[in-house]
Design a protein around this ligand. Structure first.
Ligand code: FAD
Length: 323
């Protein structure tokens, strides 16, 4: 059953930030993750602050450098279908299209998608696990088939978002507003690992909200893709995923960013795999080399070694999709 809470609907960003300054308050975007967390007592909130009436968080517009600025309240369905995003930033459009189900994409927002809480069943269940501030990660000796291969430390969650890795691959910037004013953080630094703080997934402080996502202008010859593998054909979270952005000139890769999803507590960049592609043509050989480099350093738990091969195949297919 849902606990009781007050529900406020501020009309502008300044008012929303003021209301969110209390540690008992939570931002409510589409509610597709938040309401489940409250119902299952993953965390508590005495006040929900709806972002739906805040005009500053809406819309998609061209940035000054020719890039794109996407309001945090833009739905995943809009991100997946907006023609500018589909044509110029296919990695993000494909990530948004791969998330959840049509109903959830109509309701869920980009801001909510990158701020959603992890799906680990111990964190979501009645366990006082490390991610809730407890002493241990129950996944280490428990049911860990969906947990991480990289970056685990005290806590072994995977980041659940299908738009987070594309944003890191695209070198997006997250704009934030809060009690101390506005700030901008590169998406690569927005998401954090358990070694930084094992109870949080990002750098947001109490009272801060994501206002916009800024996508930089793309250089000529930039291509991108997002590939996700899940346990079944319909909606499900990624078992393994790869976001790729590469610049190709005269058939050769000039630069590449490869960011994994579903295998680490935060979007996981694989620089060695990126370096492997640079200077090469995209073909089966270079794709297999990049995929082998991407899985180097994977540290499977007792039940998730299958993810290593899955990831290797996912990266190989994603690289070949750029050809
Ligand atoms: C059955 C199911 C399947 C799913 N499958 C997938 C999947 O395959 N891939 C995937 O990526 N996601 C998946 N999801 C998650 C879904 O995409 C998210 O629930 C959704 O994107 C969250 O957006 P929202 O607007 O509803 O956020 P809310 O539920 O309103 O908020 C989520 C969290 O983010 C915070 N928040 C929201 N907006 C902001 C903001 N602007 N600034 C700061 N904090 C904010 C809230 O306080 C809350 O803690 C699934 C969800 C369900 C229920």
């Amino acid at each position: 059953m849902l606990p009781n809470f007050a529900y406020n609907r501020p009309k502008n960003l300044a008012e929303a930030v003021r209301q969110l300054a209390s540690p008992e308050a939570r931002a409510h975007a589409g509610g597709t993750d938040l309401i489940g967390c409250l119902r299952d007592r993953v965390f508590e909130a005495s006040t929900l602050v709806s972002l739906s009436g805040v005009p500053e968080l809406r819309g998609i517009r061209r940035g000054l450098d020719g890039g794109l600025v996407i309001g945090a309240m833009t739905t995943l369905a809009e991100v997946a279908s907006n023609s500018d995003i589909v044509e110029r930033y296919p990695t993000l459009a494909q990530g948004a299209a791969a998330a959840a189900s049509p109903q959830l994409r109509n309701q869920g927002t980009l801001g909510g998608n990158i701020c959603q809480r992890p799906r680990c069943w111990y964190f979501r269940g009645d366990f006082h696990c490390a991610h809730k501030g407890g002493e241990k990660c129950f996944a280490v000796e428990g049911e860990n088939q969906y947990h991480c291969l990289f970056g685990g430390d005290v806590c072994f969650i995977v980041h659940p978002s299908d738009t987070a890795s594309p944003l890191v691959a695209l070198e997006a910037v997250v704009r934030i507003a809060g009690p101390d004013g506005a700030r901008s953080v590169p998406a690569e630094k927005f998401f954090i690992l358990p070694s930084t703080d094992y109870t949080r997934e990002n750098v947001l402080k109490t009272g801060e909200v994501v206002t916009e996502i800024v996508l930089p202008a793309q250089t000529r010859g930039t291509r991108g893709t997002y590939r996700k593998v899940r346990a079944r054909g319909s909606w499900d979270f990624a078992l393994a995923g790869a976001a790729l952005v590469a610049t190709v000139a005269d058939g050769n890769v000039e630069s590449a960013r490869i960011v994994l999803s579903g295998v680490a507590p935060a979007p996981w960049r694989v620089p060695e795999a990126e370096r492997h592609l640079v200077g090469k043509r995209i073909n089966l050989r270079s794709a297999q080399g990049a995929a082998a480099a991407a899985v180097k350093g994977a540290q499977p738990l007792t039940n998730n070694a299958y993810k290593v091969e899955l990831l290797r195949g996912t990266v190989e297919e994603a690289v070949l999709a750029l050809a």
